[in-house]
Design a protein around this ligand. Sequence first.
Ligand SMILES: NC(=O)C1=CN([C@@H]2O[C@H](COP(=O)(O)OP(=O)(O)OC[C@H]3O[C@@H](n4cnc5c(N)ncnc54)[C@H](O)[C@@H]3O)[C@@H](O)[C@H]2O)C=CC1
Ligand SMILES: O=C(O)CCC(=O)C(=O)O
Length: 642
Amino acid sequence: MHMAPASVNLATLVLDFDSTFTKVEALDVLAEQLFSSDPARLTDLKSIKELTDLAMSGEIGFGEALQRRISILKPSRADIEALAEALKAQVSASIARNRKVFEENPGKIRIISGGFHEFIDPVVAEFGIKPEHVLANRLIFDEAGVATGVDQDNPLSKDGGKIVALRSWADLTGAIVMVGDGWTDYEVFQGGAADRFYAFTENVSREKVVAATTASEATQVVASFDEVLHNEGYEGRYSFPRSRMKMLLLENVHPVAIQHFRDEGYDVSTLKGALDEEALIEAIQGVHVLGIRSKTNVTRKVLDAADKLMAIGAFCIGTNQIDLKAASEKGVAVFNAPYSNTRSVVEMVMGLTVILTRNIYDKSIQMHTGKWDKSATGAHEVRNKTLGIIGYGAIGSQLSVLAEAFGMRVIYYDVAEKLTLGNARRYRTMDAVLAEADVLSLHVDGRAENKNIFGKAQFAKMKDGALFINLSRGHIVDIEALAEAVRTKKIYGAAVDVFPEEPRTNDDPFESALMGLPNVILTPHIGGSTEEAQEAIGEFASERLLNFISRGDTTFSVNMPNVQLSEVEGRHRFLHIHQNVPGVMAAINNVIAKYNLNILAQHLKTNEQLGYVIVDVDRGYSREALDELKAVTGTLKFRSLV
Ligand SMILES: NC(=O)C1=CN([C@@H]2O[C@H](COP(=O)(O)OP(=O)(O)OC[C@H]3O[C@@H](n4cnc5c(N)ncnc54)[C@H](O)[C@@H]3O)[C@@H](O)[C@H]2O)C=CC1
Ligand SMILES: O=C(O)CCC(=O)C(=O)O
């Protein structure tokens, strides 16, 4: 689509008021104010809304609808004042966040409305719009100060009025751009009074208007005012409109995250299940942020196909499903939620430990078939038993604390140096732990080197009749070897939550060699699946992603150098992600010096693969400077934030 290039000669933006400048239809709000607490007037309330809708979608004449609504409403001057106050709190989100643009461009953004000066003027005055830059109707009041009608001499009181009224502004130079949600706004463009038209759908999307809009080259549907400013070359709140940034969230990510992204104006789409490689390659086109959980594999091929991808959010702990090396090579930042479901996993392991030690699962199955088998044989307390933990990270160490509270003795093995909690004991080899553990629980991460670290040889080294628990990753354990160990009674019971092959959605089938074995509890990867954990993950991961997108903050990123950044206020910020090779920083600084950019703050942080430079500059810079920064050898991603 064409739209105007950035230029010194900015177009005049003419905004509709109801459902565009404000989120609401003013006369509907007035009707609520006057009638909603009076049961006798509820029909009138409904009539007002119906008349508004019919007029806005072009079903009945605008003039007729206006006159009819005023004769039902009959507001007093005080009612109108109260309405104006209410409307001040209902300014559309994307208009409100671009207040500065109004202040910086006096007279360039104006209002045209079939509503009334009496309540529009005070609302838009807060954005520096003068009454002479508002074209609207005027109410006629009787002696008692009650509005009885509409000034019929005003063209806006009649059908097609906006076209006539707009021509009364003799001081306009350059292009005229109409922005609005309603049919009368589209008519301004259709009638030739505006050069371009934006159908504004942030608050309401009207079918007839959207359909007409998509039919012309000079018109466009926009979900926010940011898009209008961006297209028309105005310097808005965002260097790239948020409503054009696509977020794709898979695997039933918690609604709280979806809500946060939508509240910030991003274009969010969701899918319940995971996608296979081929489907993901297709779905990821045009996506800026991808949200997944444990079942979506983000392979190098997927990353190669991702044309716009800036960040991936793993709404879980594990990130082994993402090719982190490939993501880094492309400058794609990856985030996870490292602690939000830790406790849920640990509580489940404790529960499973008790259930397995008492053989409760099999007893329950028997009861469901009518078999009463009251006996203590093979049932034990967990107190004084030894819990062996392999992988003493966030989950393993938290488990160690809870297990000790149950009276268990804890021993562990970890490849890395760890802070030992309570009375737990660190062992130098996994074999040493296997030799003593009554219950063995795996909590290593899913790195590729951990594939099948637990197999026939390891089961052979365990105590006879020990219990085995895996809530880490499926590929860590050789499932056939575990099944055999259970069958031979080497292992007295097992709880397995994760599998080498897991169904992508709840509708796909599950199969495993462990099915039907005694005292074996199988669960569908639900270690972290509590409402508390999912909500906490949604909160945490969405915040990390939003902070990265809006300000470049990489705190807690699993592949980017971690840099904590404040909001971008009153300055521009350049974010430059590059290969960690010599000379990049010098090249960046050469460009900065060449264009005489005034640096307010600068950070550089590197890791093995990547360098991340953040430069805050004051307002003035040219497009050429940005192009040269982008062209620095080794650049993986570059973007500027307002
Ligand atoms: N079942 C479920 O729903 C859930 C499963 N998980 C899985 O649990 C894993 C562990 O989570 P956290 O404790 O938060 O991770 P973490 O990264 O804090 O801890 C993992 C620990 O394992 C150690 N480790 C890695 N390989 C090892 C090996 N071969 N031998 C001994 N130690 C080794 C690491 O040094 C680290 O201390 C996650 O990576 C994830 O795969 C996490 C949450 C929910
Ligand atoms: O619940 C999920 O989607 C995955 C949980 C998990 O395995 C993790 O957090 O690593």
